[in-house]
Each structure stands twice: as structure tokens, then as C-alpha cells.
Ligand binder design. Sequence first.
Ligand SMILES: [Zn+2]
Length: 107
Amino acid sequence: MATINTLVTETNCPVCAQLSTFRIDFRYGECWMHLYSLGDDLRWGPEKANVGRPEDLRVLVEGYDRICPHCHGRDLNFDISIENNVLTSVAPLRRQPTENGYVVIGD
Ligand SMILES: [Zn+2]
């Protein structure tokens, strides 16, 4: 059954810009409630459990947290960068979300 993964990281809140710890849910790679930190290798499983393709080397994945612990801003959207299957960075989402929840930005 497809589910979500979570990236736990310190980053700047999209609303108040304060550095806080966020739990950012996303759907990419093997979606099986994996818990990630920045710098981790993305995990891939059997084809049915995967979103996206491991051969796409540079991908931006949309992520979501419910609330900022600092300003209590809600429905926070992030952009998670994945390069060579490593979660490399996260930033506030500054583009239109896609239907897939991710966008491949090239090899
Ligand atoms: Zn905030």
C-alpha cells in the first residue's frame, strides 16, 4: 500500500523564516513511512511501492508540514532537492505544485 515518507530537518519556515525543526511529508521513492534526514540515500523498493524513477538524477519533490512550531503558520509547502538519489536540501516551495508531487529537472 502506498503511503508517505517524512524528512525531519531544520530549515527556514516558509511563513516566518525562522529556523525550526520540521517534519516534511513527501511522496517520492519507496513510499513506506521511511524517516529521512538530509544527506540520506533515498530508498527504492518493488515497483508498485515507488513514486518516481531512480534513474532521474535531479528531482524537486514537494513536501508538506501541517504547522510551524514557531509561528504556528499552517499548511507549509517545501521543495526537497534530490540529487543522485540523495536528499540534499530543502527550501520553501516557490513554484506551482505539480499533479505528481515532483518535477524532474534533468540528468
Ligand atoms: Zn513559522
